[in-house]
Design a protein around this ligand. Structure first.
Ligand code: DX5
Ligand code: ZN
Length: 218
C-alpha cells in the first residue's frame, strides 16, 4: 500500500464517448478507473448505472473503482459486481447498516471501501476497519466534479492514517485533487488519488496524470 495510485474520475470526461475516454486515460497512465455513481437522492446529481459500467468494462483491463453515491445501496451491489467493478465503495451516510453493505461486497469477492463526506468524522470507521480494503475521504461535498478542495479534511486523513495502523488499507482522496493539493494529502497519509477535472481539463491526459503523480511524490 505504499505506492501512489492515480484514479482518474470519468465524471469529468465526455459522456458522449465514454468508451473512448476510458481507453484514453488507460493509455495515459491511469492506475485505476474511478466511476462515480449518483442517484439524485443521496447526492443532487444523476450519473452512471451498472449497465454503463458493463458497457465500459471491455475498454480497459485496469481495475474499476466504483464510488457509489446512492442510498439505499445494498440492492445494487450485486449488479455493480457483475458489471465488472473491482472495488466498490459505499458511503457511511447512505444507510444505517454499513457493516451489512461491506459484508455483501466482500461476499461478492470485491474490494470494499467506505467513503466519508466532509462532515462525517473518522470514528464512523472504527467498528468496520477489519472489513475494509480502502477508505475514501471526500475532500469536497459529493455530487459534482470541479469543486474546491476542503483543507479541513487533511486532519481527518491524518486521523485515519493513525487509526488503520499496520492494516493494509489504502487511503483514497476524492475532490479537488490536482498538482497543488496532491502533496498535501499525501503528506497527511493518502496514497490513492482520484482526479476528475485535473485530468480531463484538456487533451493532455498523460501529462496531467504525470503532473499529479510527480507532485504527489515530491
Ligand atoms: C464527486 C466525485 C468525484 C469527482 C472529482 O462527487 O466523487 O470523483 O469526479 O472531481 P474533481 O477531481 O474535479 O474534484
Ligand atoms: Zn468519486
Amino acid at each position: 500500500t505504499h505506492e501512489i495510485i492515480i484514479a482518474p474520475s470519468i465524471l469529468s470526461s465526455d459522456f458522449a464517448k465514454l468508451g473512448e475516454e476510458v481507453r484514453a486515460v488507460d493509455t495515459a497512465g491511469a492506475d485505476w478507473i474511478h466511476v462515480d455513481v449518483m442517484d439524485g437522492h443521496f447526492v443532487p446529481n444523476i450519473t452512471i448505472g451498472p449497465d454503463v459500467v458493463k458497457a465500459l468494462r471491455p475498454h480497459s483491463k485496469k481495475p474499476f473503482d466504483v464510488h457509489l453515491m446512492i442510498a439505499p445501496c445494498d440492492a445494487y451491489l450485486g449488479a455493480f459486481a457483475e458489471a465488472g467493478a473491482d472495488m466498490i465503495t459505499v458511503h457511511a451516510e447512505a444507510g444505517p447498516h454499513l457493516d451489512r453493505s461491506l459484508q455483501i461486497i466482500k461476499g461478492l469477492g470485491k474490494r470494499a471501501g467506505v467513503s466519508l463526506t466532509p462532515s462525517t468524522p473518522e470514528t464512523a470507521l472504527e467498528y468496520v476497519l477489519d472489513k475494509l480494503d480502502h477508505v475514501l475521504v471526500m475532500t469536497v461535498n459529493p455530487g459534482f466534479g470541479g469543486q474546491t478542495f476542503i483543507p479541513a479534511q487533511l486532519h481527518k486523513i491524518r486521523a485515519i492514517r493513525e487509526m488503520i495502523g499496520s492494516r493494509p488499507i489504502r487511503i483514497e482522496v476524492d475532490g479537488g485533487i490536482n498538482a497543488d493539493t496532491a502533496p498535501l494529502v499525501v503528506e497527511a497519509g493518502a496514497n490513492t488519488l482520484v482526479a476528475g477535472s485535473a485530468v480531463f481539463k484538456d487533451r493532455e491526459y498523460a501529462g496531467n496524470i504525470e503532473a499529479i503523480r510527480a507532485a504527489a511524490l515530491r
